[in-house]
Design a protein around this ligand. Structure first.
Ligand code: SAH
Ligand code: SF4
Ligand code: F3S
Length: 444
């Protein structure tokens, strides 16, 4: 018996898919890339922007052919998009070839849902509208062998006015620190060298726990784990980035010097309408404080253009922030109205052509800065943790610097999982090329 999972969206979804895979493997299914031979096909969906949703609808339509060829196949759809009540209903009505529809809050029910679908031959729709307790000890089949995703919390309480995530992922729930530390110790024993601590807003970790612990304390605990080489985290909110956290980041040697710090917009007026909880000046000051304590810090960001009411002057504030901070990288998005969010109802929606024009201008700027920063690394020697072969060439091995830059070197698969010093020889927009300095390998 074989399964295939397709994942849209962020690392949260990616990690949920690892849990889904774990449950399926416990039931006796094996992974396959070929949907034509799969007995179970699951689509894990995202709804953060409209484009993501329309792609899912297209894909669901194409699954019909699989069902026609093999009526016994189980077709499932889950993820954030299903947590919107009208969406699950729409799919149930329009896509009768789907066997399972379930949400992000009840992934753990998958084995029972599959059994029910097999017995009854009717679509099983089970979407919990409210989040339950954090469930520990679900099986996980991790997709990477070197770095592991570790959830530290679920949900989001921030309600940025453009964002649908708090509606589909529920309120913040932190895992117990003991559970997190035990999971990471186990990962280290299984050969993992890096962990990525995941949460929609990792620095509000612990606020809902009875014990007195915050994200900085948790990082310190994880930093003590022997045998672990690298710690990353995603995503941190500028509003909750405390001085204490900056000090801890600077003092924990296993925590990588890369911080993803979404700014979203440069204009304080727009930031206020977005409910982000900081001004342009506060954001700039935060970056300064971080760079003061961690001079080699790589800072990346997310930016939205065309939020309702954004004027040319507001947009120029965004450009100004980008020029001042000089982000190592930025994900740029065109604002997409999401049903049920306050911003979708705001007047003064920005016309599509204006959004596109601004987006293009911003993209060119952020990319040129990323490239310039990368070019400055040519000639430097940096420790690289190798993760896997390049997508395009088996003889090229890809890894990352602590600052999260992708580095390609010619080599063989035995490099995977090792950290070597690499001399950077070339820089492209989204990656670097280099050569391993073997004579120094004992250093790492
Ligand atoms: N919790 C994370 C990520 C949330 S989703 C955070 O707070 O940063 C990832 C990114 O998608 C956001 O940072 C934002 O830039 C973008 N995004 C969210 N909603 C959007 C919308 N309605 N339109 C366009 N981009 C959006
Ligand atoms: Fe969305 Fe804001 Fe929460 Fe991030 S912090 S998930 S952008 S509401
Ligand atoms: Fe998308 Fe859900 Fe992540 S909406 S961005 S997959 S939390």
């Amino acid at each position: 018996m074989k399964y295939k999972i397709e994942t849209w969206g962020c690392q949260m979804n990616e990690h949920d898919s690892e849990v889904i895979a774990g449950m399926l493997e416990d039931m006796g299914y094996q992974p396959t890339d070929d949907e034509n031979v799969a007995d179970v096909v699951i689509l894990n969906t995202c709804c953060v922007r409209e484009k993501a949703e329309s792609k899912v609808f297209g894909r669901l339509g194409t699954l019909k052919r699989l069902k026609q060829n093999n009526p016994g196949v189980i077709l499932g759809v889950c993820g954030c998009m299903m947590q919107q009540p009208e969406m699950a209903e729409k799919i149930r009505k329009r896509m009768p070839h789907m066997d399972l529809i379930f949400g992000t809050h009840n992934i753990h029910e998958l084995p029972q849902l599959i059994k029910k679908a097999q017995e009854s031959q009717t679509t099983q729709v089970e979407v919990w509208q409210r989040e339950g307790e954090v469930i520990e000890d679900l099986p996980i089949r991790r997709f990477h062998g070197v770095k592991a995703f570790v959830n530290i919390m679920y949900g989001c309480n921030n309600f940025c006015t453009y964002c649908i995530v708090p509606y589909v992922r529920g309120r913040e729930r932190s895992r117990q620190p003991e559970d997190i530390v035990a999971e990471i110790k186990d990962l280290v024993q299984h050969g993992y060298r890096e962990v990525m601590l995941l949460g929609q807003n990792v620095n509000s970790y612990g606020k809902d726990l009875s014990q007195n612990i915050d994200f900085a304390d948790l990082l310190q605990q994880v930093n003590e784990i022997e045998g672990l080489d690298r710690i990353r985290f995603m995503t941190s909110h500028p509003r909750d980035f405390t001085d204490k956290l900056i000090d801890i980041l600077a003092s924990c040697e296993r925590v990588c010097e890369h911080y993803h710090l979404p700014v979203q917009a440069g204009s304080t007026r727009i930031l206020k309408k977005m409910n982000r909880g900081y001004s342009k000046e506060e954001y700039l000051r935060l970056v300064e404080k971080i760079r003061d304590k961690v001079p080699q810090a790589s800072i990346t960001t997310d930016i939205i253009v065309g939020f309702p009411g954004e004027t040319e002057a507001d947009f120029n504030e965004t450009i100004d922030v980008v020029q001042r901070v000089r982000f190592d990288g930025a994900y740029t998005f065109i604002y997409s109205p999401r049903p049920g969010t306050p911003a979708a109802k705001m007047e003064e929606q920005v016309p599509e052509e204006v959004k596109k024009e601004r987006f293009q201008k911003l993209l060119e700027l952020v990319n040129s800065i990323t490239e310039e920063i990368n070019h400055r690394l040519v000639g430097r020697t940096l420790p690289v943790l190798f993760e896997g072969t390049s997508k395009y060439d088996e003889n090229i091995i890809a890894g990352r610097t602590r600052t999260n830059k992708i580095v390609h070197v010619p080599g063989t698969k035995d490099l995977i999982g090792k950290i070597y010093p690499v001399r950077i020889t070339e820089a492209q927009m989204f990656s670097l090329s280099g050569e391993i300095l073997k004579e120094n390998q004992d250093l790492f």
